[in-house]
Design a protein around this ligand. Structure first.
Ligand SMILES: [Zn+2]
Ligand SMILES: [Zn+2]
Length: 302
């Protein structure tokens, strides 16, 4: 029985390995085409969803829930503009921040003698790269503390731009959940729950149908899109938060080698001014090091 289980596990591992190899091979062969389609598509869908929810909430959902001349509505408008600005400004800077090994000054692209054993060779770039730097098959460079390749920012998330990515996700999550609450209240108030079943859309054109069914179907569809967006943003934010908390990366989520404690871990990503970075992308928050020397926790053997 145990032997059969071992054989099954081996077989599954073998299949997964083959799929991974085929997938990586596919990435290598169609690198340019994938980027040309995937990145603009991801960016367009992100801008459309955020822009649509922003306008829809301001012009349709909120006016149904509160007085448009009142303080609450005005505060909401100000907050929403700030949240959308924070989302896109952080996304923009994240896109333009080069976190590759080439971003290092020339003299730091080679290891000091005492740290040479921690560096490794990248056969694709044909250079020695610092610890935690890995090669990206889409960007075709090695990135400092590479976390993952993001299709929304069209580049790799790593040591130099993770701050912007984390703040982008923070406001994305906050904004989408806030929108979800408003949309839920709007749908509840307008009674659009009853048209949640898409088959009811088929009642269009029938003479005895509810005259407001069009707006109800729209409201219920927006709520569903909003729900998916909030779940996606929230899921990504929580996983990033967990990795920053542990000072690990997407590929080694449970690795605690570089875990220096929550405060120090957050400073390694957000920099010296830590939570002040939430206020503006323009706040200068120097990182504790250049991304080549990674202090390990004292329980790790080198
Ligand atoms: Zn490389
Ligand atoms: Zn990449």
């Amino acid at each position: 029985m145990v032997k059969i289980r071992v054989l099954i596990v081996r077989r599954i591992m073998c299949i997964l390995y083959c799929w991974e190899e085929a997938f990586l091979d596919f990435l290598d062969r169609h690198n340019t085409k994938i980027q040309a389609v995937l990145h603009p598509l991801s960016m367009a869908s992100l801008v459309s969803v955020i822009g649509f929810l922003f306008v829809y909430d301001m012009l349709y959902a909120l006016p149904e829930l509160t007085d448009t001349q009142g303080l609450w509505y005005k505060l909401h408008c100000l907050w929403s503009i700030f949240a959308v600005y924070s989302i896109f400004s952080n996304l923009w800077v994240c896109f333009w921040t080069d976190t590759s090994v080439q971003a290092l000054p020339e003299y730091r692209r080679r290891p000091h003698r005492e740290e040479a054993h921690l560096w490794h060779y990248c056969p694709n770039c044909e250079i020695m790269v610092p610890p935690r730097a890995w090669h990206c098959r889409l960007c075709k460079v090695c990135c400092l503390k590479r976390d993952h390749h993001c299709t929304f920012t069209a580049n790799c998330i790593g040591h130099l731009n993770q701050r912007y990515f984390l703040v982008f996700l923070f406001y994305g999550t906050l904004g989408s959940f806030q929108s979800l609450i408003y949309n839920f209240m709007y749908v509840w108030r307008t009674g659009a729950f009853i048209v949640a079943d898409p088959f009811l859309i088929l009642s269009f054109g029938q003479p005895d149908r509810d005259p407001t069914i069009g707006s109800k179907v729209l409201a219920s569809m927006v709520l569903k899109v909003n729900l998916v967006a909030a779940m996606a943003a929230g899921g990504m934010f929580i996983s990033q938060l967990l990795m920053v908390y542990r000072n690990s990366t997407c590929f080694m989520m449970s690795d605690r080698t570089y875990d220096l404690g929550p405060m120090k871990n957050f400073r390694q990503v957000l920099g010296k001014r830590c939570l002040w970075t939430l206020l503006s992308v323009h706040i200068n928050s120097p990182l504790p090091h250049d991304g080549t020397e990674w202090p390990m926790n004292k329980h790790t053997d080198v």
